[in-house]
Design a protein around this ligand. Structure first.
Ligand code: F0G
Length: 429
């Protein structure tokens, strides 16, 4: 179908065949060709200054303003939404750290810390929109596959909405904090003997068979929420775009959402130039980086390995969307090793900021791109820290207690007998 004459405020369109659907059509993929769907919004009848004025007014200061850092941008997220399911989320800080800047060789590096969201990751921004949409289409239950954070956020927002949630995660490959959250918030949690890519396929099939609403990153409404990471950081910078935005890349939902946000922000007159995107993958889970090096001639799949379990993904779902995002922003895709990830994490953690391993791929990638002269040292760079340090306590304690070899930044705990002399001995040594 196509909306030939009067366009509605929002609608969905297939990225592959152009088929158009209403905004409340519950299909998670194009019913004609199986392609990925994308949301479109008609720009409101407002000038740039009027629109920015609305965003500023709603910044959560006055008691009647919606305090969410997602719904503040509702015109460009989901203008038709009512009965919003919100924690609230967003309003995350843009941090400057002298220690991290020195280490990265980037004097104008900023850290957008999405770990400050209610369940500790950027996924909450997608969830508030996805679960609100699930209610709009009268879903009976919601489901997702996840490396952990998506599951934690879905569990929380489904519980807020009073909807049953089903989550499928790879057994033994989910960080402890995330698994704990999924259980605590009451999701039916399936530990799948397989990897994330197996979970994704299974969730796809199960949602169809069981008639539950699929809220993976194939779902385009989640990405509308994740766009607000970019909108919020632009607002924090006074709508003066940075030169680069650096983001960890796994299933490629964020990469896709960021590209879409930037293109729309430019088209709606919010910014006058588009920053370049840098998507960073772990070396052992880098199918997108491989495709990038080949000029996106073909889609790649790999058997993924990395300490950063959140981005341990071999066949990313939002591939096509992310290719658009990189092309539209003159972006790049790079890789970092697990050692680089752990070092970056130790630097960010040691600066008192803290993040989970996958998040550390962003500053690690920024540092590498500066060393390779892709990013110039004077460029303004925003690296997105996607998740909270407490998400993956096991990786932290393992790193700091590792002996062979002992990591350069290890902070080993010291066991002592319960005697003052022992404390003195240790502190004196
Ligand atoms: N960082 C964190 C902390 C994540 O949890 C994820 C993805 C990413 C980065 C990568 O973002 O997939 O949009 O490219 N986590 C998903 C999940 C896959 O299931 O929680 P992406």
């Amino acid at each position: 179908m196509r909306f030939e004459t009067e366009r509605p405020t929002s609608w969905q369109a297939c990225l592959t065949c152009g088929n158009e659907l209403t905004e409340t059509d519950p299909h998670s993929r194009c019913p004609v060709c199986g392609g990925l769907l994308e949301i479109h919004h008609r720009p409101p009848d407002l000038t740039r200054d009027e629109l920015i004025g609305r965003f500023t007014e709603r910044r959560g200061r006055e008691p009647t303003a919606p305090p969410s850092g997602v719904w503040r941008f509702r015109e460009i997220v989901l203008p038709g939404a009512r009965q919003i399911v919100s924690h609230p989320e967003g309003n995350t800080p843009l941090l400057a750290s002298a220690a991290v800047r020195r280490w990265a060789g980037a004097p104008d590096l900023w850290l957008k810390h999405e770990g400050h969201n209610p369940t500790g990751s950027f996924k909450d921004r997608g969830r508030t929109v996805g679960v609100t949409q699930a209610r709009r289409v009268r879903a009976r239950a919601v489901a997702c596959a996840s490396t952990g954070n998506t599951a934690a956020a879905l569990a929380a927002y489904a519980a807020l909405a009073g909807l049953p949630a089903l989550v499928l995660v790879p057994k033994g490959q989910v960080a402890l904090g995330k698994l704990a959250q999924a259980l605590a918030y009451g999701a039916r949690t399936l530990l799948v003997r397989g990897n994330f890519d197996d979970c994704l396929e299974l969730a796809d099939q199960a949602s169809e068979r069981l008639g539950v609403y699929l809220l993976n990153s194939v779902n385009p409404f989640r990405l509308e929420g994740q766009k607000t990471i970019v909108l919020e950081l632009l607002q924090q910078l006074g709508w003066e775009p940075p030169d680069w935005i650096v983001v960890p890349a796994g299933n490629l939902g964020n990469t896709a959402a960021f590209g879409k946000a930037l293109v729309e922000a430019r088209a709606w007159g919010l910014i006058d130039r588009v920053p370049r995107l840098a998507a960073v993958q772990a070396e052992g889970a880098a199918p997108f980086a491989q495709s990038f090096r080949e000029g996106f001639a073909q889609r790649r799949r790999v058997e993924p390995h990395t300490v950063a379990t959140a981005i341990k993904i071999g066949n990313p779902a939002s591939y096509e969307r992310a290719v658009h995002a990189i092309r539209d922003t003159n972006g790049v895709v790079t890789t970092v090793s697990d050692d680089e990830i752990l070092e970056a994490k130790a630097v960010v953690d040691g600066a008192g900021i803290g993040c989970e391993p996958a998040s550390a791929a962003a500053p690690a990638g920024a540092r590498r791109l500066i060393r390779e002269n892709v990013i110039r040292p004077r460029d303004r760079v925003v690296a997105v820290l996607t998740g909270h340090v407490l998400k993956d306590p096991e990786t932290v304690t393992r790193y700091h207690q590792e002996l062979e070899p002992r990591p350069a930044r290890a902070n080993r705990p010291i066991e002592i007998a319960a005697r003052l002399a022992e404390v003195e001995r240790v502190m004196g040594s």
